[in-house]
Design a protein. Structure first.
Lengths: 772, 113
């Protein structure tokens, strides 16, 4: 029966049912046995309520879980009264009369002879219910505050009556429930160990009565065989209980005290081991979500009904929500609501957009983005208008040229890429431990709400759901062009603009710059997600142990595989079919044949480059052909950044540059490319002019521009000398100290002159020796 | 910890320059300190491996002179002896030059000669 609802809620239903059926040896039982006290007295000594809490935020599916659990428990032979909904009943604020009345209603439905007197047992139970109901109403009356119309002696009499009722109620309730359970156990559908289940839905929605309801629940579930199940939003409940606590004092207690008291109330009412917490849906569940009460397909299916993209690719709106290789949800799926109620609303809205209009796909994409931003704002706790003094970050506007239109304000939102996960390339250390290479990729993004003034100040970090929602807008507008976007502020950072985390290299014990391995600066972030997916395979294979004599062969293979995947993403928006083919093959070949394999693969790679460069399709997507331009730039400059003799063999560098020259020369771009490459290398060299590792780059520049190479070499040597001098001075300072104060002075004496001259001579000789 | 080398008036008396006036003494001490610094730097640098030099430089750049000194004692156990040797060399050249009234050509450009 747990398949009444889909996963993950079916799992929550099973948890609730398990908790109801859980055996427990209570303290009350132990006291009763050991001290030989009556059960009645032991109950008054030890409360021991049995309440299960289904906790979750609004719309997370608590009521659904409660209803399904109630059905399941009923099918298992327990007596389940219909859910009590305190927000609807207009009682005096006590739960107990409603519970007793519901119990009677439930029992009567099962009694075989309707309208007749019933069996003896049924009559006894009916009488018991009457008495218990009267007492429950008396208790409720006693705790009501409406008796001020009576005289004082009348009020006192009523309160005394209520107190007696209070005292007798528990005994009556115990006897009643024991009789009911015994009756249920005898029926054909009843369980031998039947319990009475009392579901209570949203007690926190009944204004001002939550505290009383919790007390009542504890009372009525303190007898054996009665279990309460309460659904509520714990955070809202906390807030309401805190308000009620503060109101009960003339002078409000401190927030700390209030918080402690409320935490204690919650812990007593709903211990941790009796709580089932319903979290948000994960990304896979969001994509496959189907509303239980609407005849609609899943969110993903709805989105896949709208074709998007042109020419070689027929994507749909759903295409960006999954990764191509593993079919797992893409990071964009995190922008979807995680709350079933919100997903239901999204599904309904998507279903109302006609599918045959030319602007349908734009409307669907825009609606998806709008709900994603709303969700993101809610998740980030950023819905307060005061946080957006200049206006909301996203707004739907009137269409332009029949295309849907919106406005996004990046004025106050800063988005940047973040990198995680680095792995060591094996054998990446020199014999003296001076070289280390880490490779990896994780195209995570972070968005911050920023106040920009003299200095940009981060106000708060925004939830990833909002970050991905904003990038999703860019994906649909900039890459697919299905709606217009009016942007104010700085657009999100392009992946290629950030310092590359694809490969981190340490040489001579120090970090170098991070520009050895770069990707093209794609405008749309889905490309980075796809590349990330490919690199997960590549990193695990490319960093596997090997027996090659020269570790640079491993790096060359990794580099070729990396480039293969770039080309595939550029053309198809999918990873290469076998992302780590060359890295795997080179390990199988061994050193003898690895060189030949790598030469072949490098040639093949450049043939792929040429196909891509000549393809219209690689340029068409992305506004104004920027996508194609970025790829050209990567071929002309980006790939040559790897050409360092500590990473690649001189043979490979030569072959790479030769292929590059041929490819670019064929297309009349070689000269401009070499100029751009020289400029890029010059900036890298100058940024680290006093580091020894740049000498390999200077050699590369020399091959492109001899004059520039000579200048850079001279600067590099001068910088090294300065460093060396400073280093020796530092080392000298560590060895000695002096207590002298040394001001300059005039005046000489013959001995003074000679002594000074002798010292200057020694100094001069020492400096010459240092430079030599 | 080895005894620190002290460049002060007593040292100048030791090398025969105790009769100079205060200003001249300060000038000589200043120069002496600089020269010793250069020669010690060379001597220590040539004794260390590349890694040891990197480690020591890092400690010095961090301002951690105590740690730098401890590290030096560990990797160059006789560095205090080296410092004294250097100072004795410099002192001997100065004393001989003053005695002769002219600069003695030392012919020793390197500390480890």
């Amino acid at each position: 029966m747990t398949d009444l609802v889909p996963a993950p809620h079916s799992w929550y239903v099973a948890q609730v049912c398990d908790l109801v059926g859980r055996d427990s040896l209570s303290l009350r039982d132990r006291i009763s046995r050991r001290a030989r006290l009556s059960n009645s007295y032991a109950t008054r000594l030890v409360e021991d309520p049995a309440i299960i809490c289904i906790a979750g935020e609004r719309g997370s599916g608590k009521t659904t879980v409660l209803s399904a659990a109630a059905a399941q428990l009923s099918a298992e032979g327990h007596l389940v009264i219909p859910p009590v909904r305190p927000e609807f009943f207009a009682a005096a604020g006590s739960l107990i009369p409603s519970v007793v009345a519901h119990l009677r209603t439930t029992l009567r439905e099962d009694w075989p002879v309707k309208g007749g007197k019933g069996s003896d047992a049924e009559i006894r139970i009916n009488r018991k219910i009457d008495r218990t109901l009267r007492q429950a109403n008396l208790i409720s009356y006693g705790s009501a505050r409406e008796s001020s119309q009576l005289r004082a002696d009348e009020q006192a009499a009523d309160l005394s009556l209520a107190a007696y009722a209070d005292s007798d109620f528990l005994d009556n309730w115990r006897e009643l429930t024991a009789q009911v359970r015994a009756r249920v156990a005898k029926t054909s559908k009843g369980s031998k160990d039947a319990v009475i289940v009392i579901p209570v839905d949203d007690p926190d929605l009944s204004p001002g009565t939550l505290h009383q309801i919790l007390l009542d629940l504890r009372l009525i579930t303190s007898v054996d065989g009665v279990v309460g199940i309460a659904c509520l939003d714990l955070e809202e409940a906390r807030s309401e209980l805190a308000d009620a606590y503060r109101r009960s004092y003339k002078q409000s207690p401190s927030r700390l005290l209030t918080s402690r008291v409320v935490d204690a109330q919650i812990a007593k009412a709903f211990p941790d081991d009796s709580r089932v917490s319903i979290g948000g849906l994960d990304t896979e569940d969001r994509l496959s979500f189907k509303a239980l009460d609407l005849p609609l397909p899943s969110i993903e299916k709805l989105c896949s009904g709208y074709a998007i993209g042109e020419h070689h690719r027929r994507d749909t709106v759903a295409s960006v929500l999954r990764l191509p290789r593993t079919k797992s949800p893409s990071p964009y799926a995190r922008a979807l609501p995680s709350n079933p109620r919100d997903l239901r609303a999204l599904a309904y809205r998507l279903s109302t957009i006609p599918s045959d209009s030319p602007t349908s796909v734009g409307q669907v994409a825009l609606e998806l983005c709008r709900i994603a931003v709303e969700t993101g704002l809610k998740q980030s706790g950023a819905t307060d208008p005061e946080l957006w003094p200049a206006g909301k970050p996203f707004e739907v506007l009137d269409p332009i040229d029949d295309l849907p239109n919106c406005a996004v304000r990046y004025d106050e939102i800063a988005i940047r890429a973040v990198a995680h996960g680095q792995h060591d390339l094996p054998g990446s250390k020199d014999d003296d431990g001076s070289m280390l290479i880490k490779v990896g990729f994780d195209s995570g993004v972070e968005a911050h709400l920023v106040r920009r003034g003299d200095k940009a100040e981060t106000i708060q970090r925004l939830d990833p759901s909002l970050t991905y929602a904003l990038l999703l807008i860019r994906e649909f507008s900039h890459y697919y062009g299905v709606f217009h976007v009016n942007i104010s502020g700085s657009t999100p950072v392009r992946g290629g603009d950030r310092s590359s985390s694809l490969m981190l290299v340490r040489l001579d014990g120090k970090p170098t710059d991070s520009r050895f391995l770069t990707a093209p600066a794609w405008e749309a972030f889905y490309d980075y997600f796809v590349l990330d997916e490919a690199l997960r395979d590549l990193v695990s294979n490319g960093t596997a142990p090997h027996n090659l004599t020269d570790r640079r062969l491993v790096i060359e293979a990794y580099f070729i595989d990396f480039c293969r995947n770039i080309v595939s993403v550029q053309m198809q928006r999918t990873p290469a079919r076998d992302p780590s083919r060359v890295s795997t093959a080179v390990r199988a070949e061994g050193s003898a044949h690895a060189r030949r394999l790598l030469d072949r693969e490098l040639s093949k790679l450049f043939r792929e480059f040429e196909k891509c460069l000549d393809s219209e399709e690689s340029r068409v997507h992305g506004a104004d052909g920027i996508r194609g331009d970025d790829f050209w730039e990567w071929i002309e400059v980006g790939i040559a950044n790897m050409c360092h003799d500590r990473l690649l063999t001189p043979h490979f560098i030569e072959k790479l540059m030769s292929h590059r020259s041929r490819t670019l020369d064929k297309r009349g771009r070689l000269q401009a490319a070499n100029t751009a490459l020289s400029a890029s290398l010059e900036s890298r060299i100058k940024a680290s002019i006093d580091e020894r590792w740049v000498s390999s780059l200077i050699e590369l520049v020399h091959g492109l521009d001899e004059e520039l190479g000579v200048i850079l070499l001279a600067s590099h040597r001068a910088a090294l000398e300065t460093v060396e001098r400073g280093r020796r001075r530092l080392l000298g300072e560590a060895a000695i100290t002096t207590h002298s104060e040394i001001p300059q002075a005039e005046g000489v004496d013959a001995d003074f002159k000679v002594a000074l001259a002798a010292l200057e001579q020694i100094e001069s000789e020492a400096r010459s020796a240092a430079l030599g | 910890m080895p005894e620190l080398i002290k460049l002060d008036h007593q040292f100048l008396v030791h090398i025969g320059l105790g009769h100079l006036d205060v200003d001249q003494q300060n000038t000589i001490l200043n120069k002496l300190y600089r020269v010793l610094e250069i020669r010690m730097g060379q001597a220590v640098a040539t004794s260390l491996t590349k890694n040891e030099r990197s480690t020591l430089e890092r400690l010095l750049e961090e301002g951690n002179s105590e740690a730098a000194q401890s590290y030096m004692e560990r990797v160059i156990p006789d560095y205090a002896f080296v410092a004294r040797t250097e100072l004795e060399f410099i002192a001997s050249v100065v004393m001989e030059s003053v005695r002769r009234g002219e600069v003695v050509v030392s012919g020793q450009g390197k500390a480890d000669d």
